[in-house]
Design a protein around this ligand. Sequence first.
Ligand SMILES: [Ca+2]
Ligand SMILES: [Ca+2]
Length: 380
Amino acid sequence: MFVQLTKEVNRNVQPNLILGVHDLQRQFYTQIDGQFTCIISMEKIDFNLINDNYCDCMDGSDEPGTNACANGQFFCTEQNHKAYPNVIPSSKVNDGICDCCDGSDEWLQKVLPYKLSDDTQDQLRKYQSPCSYRCTTWAQEMIWLIVNNLNYEGAKVFVDERFPILELCGFYSNVKSVPECHRNSIEFAKQLKDPRCLKTHLKHEYLPEEILNQTEKAKVIYIARNPKDTCLSTYHYYKNMLNIIDCSLEEFCDYFISGTNPYTGDYWNHVLYFWQRRNQPNVLFIKYEDMKCNLINVIRKVATFLQKSLTEDEETNLLNWLDFKSMKNNSAVNHDALYQKSGFMRSGQTDEHKKEMSEEIIKKFDSWIENSLKNTDYEM
Ligand SMILES: [Ca+2]
Ligand SMILES: [Ca+2]
């Protein structure tokens, strides 16, 4: 049962039109003769009524990105995270609390009249809008736990405080509302005790020379992801979180392929630099897609690389830790109910680009990939 809100509403609050949509439902949000067909209740409405902050469809499907429809659901822009919810009730959209780890549910950046101190927010693990990016990855969590001898108690601390992302101060240095580990990431990393875990997306030229020439004892675990998915995820992050771009996906793909991003440089320079050094004793090269297919295998590789040995029980516990959170938070049950079928989340985890990129973009990518890999032994 879906109920239209009768309160006075402000139409035409327009977020990104496709905000709040599950990857597998994006295909429905295509304009045909200026109209949109409600997904389940099938009424035809004007396309401009999508996300205009008023519930027009009986099934609520015209308001994926707002809280206008009762019983609606909002899908976070980043839908691949194991430790955070991927879908939340619409009532939590723009309520001033960051529910999605990428903050995409708080696109109005509403500031609540009461402001909890940063310490209190940390303690409660509840963060107020404007949100900072808090998504983590399996990799960050898994590596930290292996390095720290499976210290599950210590793993309750916000992951970016345990495992800072070096470049974030470049984006957040003047933003008071984000935690210290983001605003002042380099200084924050300096004061951590050994063994330190540091994460970065920066091109290798920006890394300390000692790491690259192996004179330091530091080890590098490099995680490569399919360039199309990397491009898509970067697009959403820059557009919806950092708000530093305002272009179409197609334009961003051209930019990605051009290799001129000042932080990451050319994708293939980035990946192939470490691929060619994958047999060095201080480098472990992993593909993101392998983590999805065979996590236990990757856990074993990482443990061996870090000279840790895990018993069978410890391996199982670690797998459960990573998996338990996913079971608890990814709302698979909700998805199954929504699609009246099981298994959607599983298929939605890889090759995300196929749902958002046009055939033309994919062709462009494919020929760029083929050309770039001509004289290499890299396998996609
Ligand atoms: Ca509407
Ligand atoms: Ca919220």
